[in-house]
Design a protein around this ligand. Structure first.
Ligand code: PRP
Length: 208
């Protein structure tokens, strides 16, 4: 048996599309059958799927209660400590950027700054690599508000189309990393369930 954790929301639909394309019958997960259930079977296989929030997908994989999971590289970069990132699934593409008010890029003219982000670890790592000591404020959503309210000089956030930045008078100062959905696997499962996991990875990699 393989248990797969699937991130609810934004990347869920596309992940189900890929699984289906790879020959896995995900009809239990179709909107009309799903209801409020969080636990599903891929029909005619020994694969179970659980739906979870991105951070919890990492937790379940790392604790070994799920063998694998589909989750954004953003969450892996921010929170993962010990899992294997096996495949780039090539959807859910966006990037991590440092952004702030138009015309106030401080990257080459640095004084002490406050940076807001939902991703404090990624932010810390980025500035550490540049030997820049910034104060980081954790914000849970709509991070773009922080500079508008005067709480922060800049934000580190996901940028997809750039529309949110533009609509709020912000611009990209620097790009940090390219993001997309990834297939991640538990470190023990990859050995203990080698045959099942290898077959699953092979089937998925053929359709991405
Ligand atoms: C994400 C991200 C940006 C926005 C970027 O937020 O945090 O705010 O999408 O997309 P864009 O470049 O296409 O405008 P999300 O909608 O996930 O909500 P959140 O701010 O509550 O996290």
């Amino acid at each position: 048996m393989i248990r797969l954790a699937l991130t609810k929301g934004r990347i869920e639909e596309k992940a189900i599309e890929i699984l289906t394309k790879a020959g896995y019958d995900c009809s239990e997960l179709a909107e009309e059958n799903k209801g409020r259930k969080l636990f599903f079977k891929i029909l005619n296989t020994d694969i179970e799927i659980v739906l979870a929030k991105a951070n919890d997908v990492i937790t379940y994989i790392e604790h070994g209660v799920c063998d694998a999971g589909i989750v954004g590289a953003d969450t892996i970069m921010e929170n993962a400590k010990s899992l294997y990132e096996i495949l780039d699934l090539k959807f859910g593409k966006c990037k991590f950027s440092l952004a702030g008010p138009v015309g106030q890029n401080f990257i080459n003219n640095y004084t002490h700054k406050i940076v807001a982000s939902k991703y404090p670890n990624v932010t810390k790592e980025y500035f550490n690599q540049r030997n820049m000591d910034v104060e980081i404020v954790k914000i849970d959503g709509s991070v773009e508000l922080a500079p508008l309210l005067g709480l922060a000089d800049a934000i580190v956030d996901l940028v997809e189309t750039g529309a949110t930045l533009k609509a709020n008078g912000l611009e990209i100062y620097d790009d940090i990393a390219q993001i997309s959905a990834r297939l991640a696997v538990n470190i023990a499962s990859i050995k203990l369930k080698k045959r099942e996991i290898d077959e699953f990875i092979k089937n998925i990699s053929e359709v991405i």
